[in-house]
Ligand binder design. Structure first.
Ligand SMILES: [Zn+2]
Length: 189
C-alpha cells in the first residue's frame, strides 16, 4: 500500500479482484492507466459502465443479451427443436464462437424452482431433443437425472456430450476439436 494514495490503492485493489489478476499485474495496470494513458483509462471506465448498463440476460435462455431476447432465440434459421443445456452463459459463447451447434440454448445456472419452470416452458415450445453440455462429473450425472425426471411428462430425447470432454474439466478448457467431436457423438443419457 502506498501511503497517502488512497485512490490509487483502491484502483489497484479493484484490479486485483479480477479473475487471474494478481497483485503485480494489478499494480502494472494502475500505473499504466494513471501515468501513461489517461485517455485509455477514461475510455475503459466509460465502456465498462455502458456495457454493464445495457447487457442483461435473455429472458428465454439466459444468454447475455442487449435486448429482452438474444439473437440466438429470435433467429428463425436455428433448429428450435434442439435445446442445449449449459451451466453458464459463457459456455454459449464458446459453442457459438466455433459454430458447433445450430439449436437453441438454456442456461441452467442452478436447480431453483423458477429456473426449472422456465426450462419447462421452453420445452413446451416444441423442443424434441435436450442436449446436456455440462462439465462431466458425478454431480452433473445426478443433475441430469433430476432434470430428466422433472421433464418426464414430455416425449423428449435426452443426450449428453460424449467422450473427449474429460471428467471435471470445464468446457472453456476443452480444446475445440474435442468439444466438436463430443457434441457430434453425443450419447443417450
Ligand atoms: Zn436467448
Amino acid at each position: 500500500m502506498m501511503r497517502g494514495l488512497e485512490k490509487f490503492n483502491k484502483l489497484v485493489e479493484a484490479f486485483e479482484k479480477l479473475p487471474t489478476v494478481g497483485r503485480k499485474s494489478a499494480l502494472r495496470f494502475a500505473y499504466h492507466l494513471v501515468l501513461n494513458d489517461t485517455s485509455l483509462a477514461m475510455k475503459l471506465s466509460h465502456t465498462i459502465e455502458s456495457a454493464i448498463k445495457s447487457i442483461r440476460k435473455c429472458e428465454r435462455c439466459g444468454a447475455l443479451s442487449e435486448h429482452e431476447l438474444c439473437d440466438i432465440c429470435v433467429d428463425e434459421r436455428r433448429d428450435h427443436a434442439k435445446l442445449c443445456v449449459v451451466e453458464s452463459a459463457k459456455d454459449i459463447f464458446i459453442l457459438e464462437e466455433h459454430k458447433l451447434f445450430d439449436g437453441n440454448y438454456f442456461v441452467l445456472a442452478s436447480l431453483d424452482e423458477e429456473i426449472l419452470e422456465r426450462l419447462e416452458n421452453r420445452i413446451k415450445e416444441g423442443v424434441q431433443e435436450v442436449i446436456f453440455a455440462l462439465t462431466p462429473s458425478l454431480s452433473t450425472d445426478a443433475l441430469i437425472l433430476f432434470v430428466e425426471d422433472r421433464l418426464k411428462a414430455y416425449a423428449l430425447h435426452f443426450t449428453k456430450i460424449a467422450q473427449g470432454v474429460p471428467t471435471g474439466v470445464h468446457l472453456e478448457n476443452v480444446d475445440m476439436l474435442s468439444l466438436s467431436k463430443a457434441l457430434e457423438a453425443r450419447t443417450k443419457t
